[in-house]
Design a protein around this ligand. Structure first.
Ligand SMILES: NC(=O)c1ccc[n+]([C@@H]2O[C@H](COP(=O)([O-])OP(=O)(O)OC[C@H]3O[C@@H](n4cnc5c(N)ncnc54)[C@H](O)[C@@H]3O)[C@@H](O)[C@H]2O)c1
Length: 365
C-alpha cells in the first residue's frame, strides 16, 4: 500500500485556500502541498511564500498537467466550481470541492458524473462533519443520549463576506443562504443520518445590505425530514460582532448545545486591542471572544486528513458530491419557498435555473 503523503494542489489563493493550506500543513504525514494556482498570480505567490508551496501557476489548467499532483482542492468562487472540478477530473486528479458544490443542480450532476467516469473521487468539503464538538454531539446522538431526535438547529451568522464576488449573485448564486445555509442544511442532513428531506420552508430578506447586493442577507429555513424530525437553519450576513456557528439538538430523551466560536473562546475585555479575536470580528477593543485552535475546532485538518486517506484507499468518503447535491436541491427548495411564501415538497428539481436565488427573486409574492 502507498504510504507516502498525497501530493495536493489548491485552485484559488484567497480565504478558503489559506484554510486549506494551513489545514494540510497540520497533517504533513497525509498531505504534501505541491502547488497553488490563482488567476491573480501575486496572491498565489503570497500564499506559496506563507506556506512554502514549491510551485505557483496563474492558470490552473497548466497546473493540472503536472503528473505529480494527485488531489486538487477547489477554493475558488462558486461560479467556477463545476468547470474546475470537471477539468481536474479529466486530468485524472481527485477533487475536493468547497461548498456550495456548484451554482446549479445540473452542474453538480455533471461534476459527479464526470468524476465517476474518470474514476476519481469527488469529495465535498463540508468541514462541519469533522468539527470535533459537532462530531461529539453526533456520537452521543448515535449512542441514544437524546432519545428520538425531533429537532436539530444550526446557525451560521456574521456581518457579511470579505470578497466582492459573494455579493454579486451572478457569481455566487445567492446570498447568506447560499453561502452559509449550505453548512446548516448539510449539518442537519448528516446529523439525522441522511434521512431524506421531505419539504423546505424558508423566509428571507435583504435587511441591511440592500445597497450592496440583490441577494438575501438573512434567512431562516425549516426542513422536514423523513421520520418526522425538523431541521432549523438560521443564516445571516446582518449579524454584528463577528462569526457565530452553533447548534442545538433536541430529542425526547435529552438535548445538547454546542457553540464552535464563543463557546471555545476566552471572554476578554481589552482597552487597547490585540491581534486577532475571531473570523470577521470588527475590533478587539472592549469585549471580545478570542478563539484558540480555530481551524482545528472547525475540523479543517481532520477533513483534509480524511480526504487524503480516502485517496490512499484507507477510508471511505464521509462527504461526497452526492451530499453536495442534496444540499443544492434543498437550497433550490428554500429559495422557491421564500419566493412563494409556502413550504415546497421534495423532490424539487426545476430545470433551467441559472442561479438558485432567482427562484426567490423571480417569484416573490
Ligand atoms: N468551508 C468554509 O467554511 C468556507 C469558508 C470560506 C469560503 N468557502 C468557499 O470557498 C470558495 C472560495 O471562497 P474564498 O472565501 O476563498 O474567496 P476569496 O475571494 O477569498 O478567494 C477566491 C480565490 O479564487 C481566485 N479566483 C477567482 N476567480 C477564479 C477563476 N476563474 N479561476 C481560478 N481562481 C479564481 C481568486 O483570485 C482568489 O484567489 C467559495 O466557494 C466559498 O464558498 C468555504
Amino acid at each position: 500500500m502507498n504510504t507516502t503523503p498525497v501530493k495536493a494542489a489548491i485552485v484559488g489563493a484567497g480565504f478558503a485556500a489559506d484554510l486549506h493550506a494551513a489545514a494540510m500543513q497540520l497533517v504533513p504525514d497525509q498531505l504534501q502541498l505541491a502547488a497553488v494556482a490563482s488567476r491573480t498570480e501575486a496572491h498565489a505567490r503570497e500564499l506559496a511564500g506563507k506556506y512554502g508551496i514549491p510551485k505557483v501557476f496563474a492558470d490552473y489548467r497548466e497546473m493540472l498537467r503536472d503528473p505529480e499532483i494527485e488531489l486538487v482542492t477547489i477554493a475558488a468562487p462558486n461560479f467556477v466550481h463545476a468547470q474546475v472540478a470537471i477539468d481536474c477530473a479529466r486530468a485524472g486528479k481527485h477533487v475536493v470541492c468547497e461548498k456550495p458544490l456548484a451554482m446549479t443542480i445540473e452542474e453538480g450532476e455533471e461534476m459527479i458524473d464526470v468524476c465517476r467516469r474518470q474514476g476519481v473521487l469527488l469529495l465535498y468539503a463540508e468541514e462541519l462533519f469533522f468539527a470535533p464538538k459537532y462530531v461529539k454531539a453526533k456520537e452521543m446522538a448515535d449512542q441514544g443520549a437524546f432519545g428520538k431526535i425531533f429537532q436539530v438547529k444550526q446557525s451560521e451568522k456574521h456581518f457579511g463576506p470579505h470578497s466582492d464576488w459573494f455579493w454579486d449573485v451572478e457569481r455566487s448564486g445567492g446570498g447568506a443562504l447560499m453561502d452559509l445555509g449550505c453548512h446548516g442544511i448539510a449539518f442537519c442532513y448528516w446529523f439525522l443520518n441522511r434521512a431524506p428531506i421531505r419539504s423546505v420552508y424558508c423566509q428571507m430578506d435583504t435587511l441591511v445590505h440592500g445597497g450592496k447586493t440583490r441577494g438575501e442577507d438573512n434567512a431562516i429555513c425549516i426542513l422536514e425530514f423523513e421520520g418526522g424530525a425538523v431541521g432549523v437553519v438560521e443564516n445571516s450576513w446582518s449579524r454584528r460582532g463577528g462569526m457565530d456557528d452553533s447548534i442545538e439538538v433536541y430529542g425526547d430523551g435529552g438535548l445538547t448545545y454546542a457553540d464552535l466560536l464563543m463557546g471555545n473562546a476566552l471572554p476578554t475585555y481589552s482597552e487597547h486591542g490585540f491581534g486577532y479575536a475571531v473570523e470577521k470580528a470588527p475590533s478587539t477593543q472592549g469585549w471580545s471572544w478570542p478563539v484558540f485552535e480555530e481551524i482545528w475546532n472547525y475540523g479543517f485538518p481532520q477533513e483534509m486528513r480524511h480526504f487524503a486517506r480516502c485517496v490512499r484507499g484507507k477510508e471511505t468518503p464521509l462527504s461526497t458530491g452526492q451530499d453536495g447535491l442534496v444540499v443544492m436541491e434543498a437550497l433550490y427548495a428554500a429559495y422557491a419557498a421564500a419566493g412563494q411564501g409556502r413550504k415546497v415538497a421534495l423532490p424539487f428539481r426545476p430545470a433551467g435555473v441559472k442561479r438558485p436565488v432567482d427562484l426567490w427573486l423571480n417569484s416573490r409574492t
